[in-house]
Write a protein that binds this ligand. Sequence first.
Ligand code: 9MR
Length: 402
Amino acid sequence: MTNMDFYNIAKKATRGTMFFTIASLALSLVQCTSKHQVTTSVAANNPDKGLKDYYKNYFPIGVAVSMASLHGSDSALIVKEFNSVTPENDMKMGPIHPSENVYNWKNADAIVDFAVSHQIRIRGHNLCWHNQEAAWMFKGPNGEPVTKELLLQRLKDHIFAVAGRYKGKIYAWDVVNEAVDDSDDTTQVYRKSNWYKICNGPDFIDSAFKYAHQADPNAKLYYNDYNSEHPVKREKIYKLLKKLIDDHAPIDGVGMQAHWKLNDPSPEELRKALDEVTSLGLKVQFTEMDITIRLPKPPPALGTMPAPTPVPDSGYTAQAEARQIAQYKMAFDIIRQYRKYITNVTFWNVSDRSSWLDGRGGGLLGGAAAGVNTPRVIRKAYPLLFDENRQRKKAYWAVVNF
Ligand code: 9MR
């Protein structure tokens, strides 16, 4: 019932002035109450609360971190807002294990120490990937192509060394990353990576899970991939997961990276992907969330070349902002509904000041680095919940007000 309805009913019920006085008083009470409710809801936007606090009854909220984020303003924001971190690059095979007997523990250790000292959980990323790989692993002792047996032995040694070192500190691992093929060819389930080619099939995926479980039996083990809501890729990921389960691989769940766009995924696609994966009895973590405001470039007209210079940054327009808010709200409304299956939501980078997406598409300075004399020449993605000054964006409030 609206205030106006209330007023009209009262007016009909009696024409006496006295009643009107009482009705007016009652109406002010109603207004007063609704004003109070507004005040309460604004108070819920307590500046002392972080994302992790709003979601404390749902799932941990994480962020990808680098060495740079452990110091200064980013670190204060991380500690306040998040209760899970993922090293963005420092635990990947190439960076952490650049040659056979060399491990770079320094950065990974620093991130682990930072998280442990702030009682923040850690997701490990990742134990086996075709990108940022340790190139030496694919060559035999005399530079010849490595055999499958030696490659799997090296994979085992690597996983035992890395997962073993952080045993008990890293609660969940992305064991295998992005092993599924991206094309529309539904018969091509697996990416033809060095791993796949040398092992002559997807065995290495099963092996990686087995080794990770042996190295740290208590860690939760995830298969991690992007575009997991797109129908063709979704079905391929499903096939891989089903195979792992049929093979009794020790898999706990799937990482949906969630590198999303303003129109992607649709709510139906997101639900379908969640329904499918959870029907296998797997948990879900959204492992690398961001929502770029950049829309796919229209294909160049026939016979023309793509523009040779980067497209200027359009800025964070009001229209893009509104669409991003709506997409974040839609996604979190659905994610909360699936809370019993969802064990983590992690953002990929801290704030719009610096996102991995900004470096893509070529370009020079941009974002916070741009000024009067250094115009923005890259197309920034503005994909996160904190702006270039690390302030909460409106999208932040759309995610925490529920
Ligand atoms: O954010 C990472 C960026 O700094 C690296 O240059 C890039 C190298 O491929 O990897 C980025 O992180 C990726 C993640 O490890 C796996 N999923 C896709 C992420 C974005 O490319």
